[in-house]
Design a protein around this ligand. Structure first.
Ligand SMILES: C[S@@+](CC[C@H](N)C(=O)[O-])C[C@H]1O[C@@H](n2cnc3c(N)ncnc32)[C@H](O)[C@@H]1O
Length: 349
């Protein structure tokens, strides 16, 4: 981005044409207070203890840290929204299963068959989780949800990726911690998970599918309860409580048609779970109802959420436990941000 299309607004740097710089409400007398608060929050978050930080572009901060540790240092009522794709199975990013992923066989990672001549990326296979793994998963999500609830501003939303096999477990943990469930965003995407015949007996059972081929991905939508009497009052006081509309005549919708992550994005950030910019820009845009505040991704991986936020001119901070992925995201974020494409939902798409 050239210096000529950068604007400074009360100490914050935003791209001139960004979504953050566009007016979001008819009477914005309180917006100056919210911008001031945004800057204070940003300064606080950037100075929290962690192994190291990288700022790939103004208003985007990567912290090399365990999300659970980092969250405990965040003051109460601080973050304006969370958009994240967590480690669903926890163990898939542990050294043992990561080594199996690299070796191309065994463990939790399934190598899908090549299809139409195209090699597919490995997918985590969640049906192999044991009861103990599920218990650990619940434990992790309960801790995460409790820490996130405290650190989020009243009325702030969480958008949390999951999959049809584990969403009841992970979503239940957020509700148990005190979040309100506000729905689910359905990403319509061909994941190539499931749809196979019984292993080693494919010819014998030609008409049997062990599990359906999954064509969707649930993203849980949660809100920390508002603290003011009405959503309007909460929006004025905290800048949170609702979701950003697509336009004055179009609400945000909860079904989004999406392609798998394109090869050009995977070349920029070769993380095994990279989410596509087209989809991420739509959900990240919605998380700040007034376009003001700081978005957090606790498990940023290749940096898809943070790149989408940078594209929108939103301030965003993330944590990632794996040092290699911190380096990967640091190099990828401005390149993903600058890819062409829509920022918001296209009705009928
Ligand atoms: C599903 S991936 C996120 C992928 C990301 N959405 C993207 O598009 O690249 C989950 C990430 O969480 C990281 N992770 C696992 N446990 C963590 C923890 N306790 N704190 C921070 N990051 C963690 C993993 O290293 C992995 O990169």
């Amino acid at each position: 981005m050239s210096a000529s299309n950068i604007a400074i607004t009360i100490g914050r740097v935003v791209p001139c044409e960004s979504e953050a710089s566009q007016p979001c409400c008819s009477n914005n007398g309180f917006m100056a207070d919210l911008r001031e608060r945004e800057q204070i929050v940003w300064n606080t978050l950037c100075n929290l203890p962690c192994e190291r930080t990288v700022e790939p572009c103004p208003g985007t901060m990567l912290a090399a840290a365990n999300a659970l540790d980092w969250l405990t240092a965040v003051p109460d009522d601080t973050l304006h929204g969370i958009v994240t794709d967590p480690p669903y199975g926890l163990i898939e990013y542990e050294a043992k299963d990561h080594d199996k992923l690299r070796a191309g066989r065994g463990g939790l990672w399934r190598i899908p068959p090549s299809f139409d001549g195209a090699e597919r990326l490995p997918l985590p296979r969640f049906t192999v989780l044991t009861d103990r793994d599920r218990g650990r998963l619940e434990n992790f999500f309960v801790h995460f949800a409790q820490a996130a609830l405290r650190a989020l501003a009243p009325g702030a939303h969480v958008i949390l990726a999951s999959n049809p096999l584990l969403s009841t477990v992970t979503f239940g943990c957020l509700e148990a911690a005190g979040f309100e469930k506000r729905g689910e965003i359905i990403r319509l995407v061909q994941t190539l998970r499931g749809g196979d015949r019984p292993k080693n007996a494919e010819d014998e059972f030609r008409d049997v599918t062990v599990m359906p081929r999954s064509c969707w991905e649930p993203w849980g939508l949660f809100r920390k309860p508002i603290r003011e009497k009405t959503v309007a009052a909460n929006l004025r006081r905290w800048g949170t409580g609702g979701l950003r509309r697509v336009s004055p005549s179009e609400p945000f919708r909860d079904v989004i048609t999406s392609s798998p992550t394109p090869a050009c994005e995977r070349d920029i950030a070769p993380h095994p779970s990279l989410k596509p910019q087209r989809f991420m820009r739509q959900v990240v845009r919605a998380i700040l109802p007034l376009g003001v505040g700081v978005v957090y991704d606790p498990f940023f991986g290749g940096g898809a959420t943070l790149a989408a936020a940078a594209r929108l001119g939103y301030m965003a901070i993330g944590t990632e436990i794996n040092a290699n992925y911190v380096d990967m995201a640091a190099a990828a974020i401005t390149r993903l941000r600058d890819l062409p494409g829509e920022n918001r939902q296209v009705v009928g798409a």
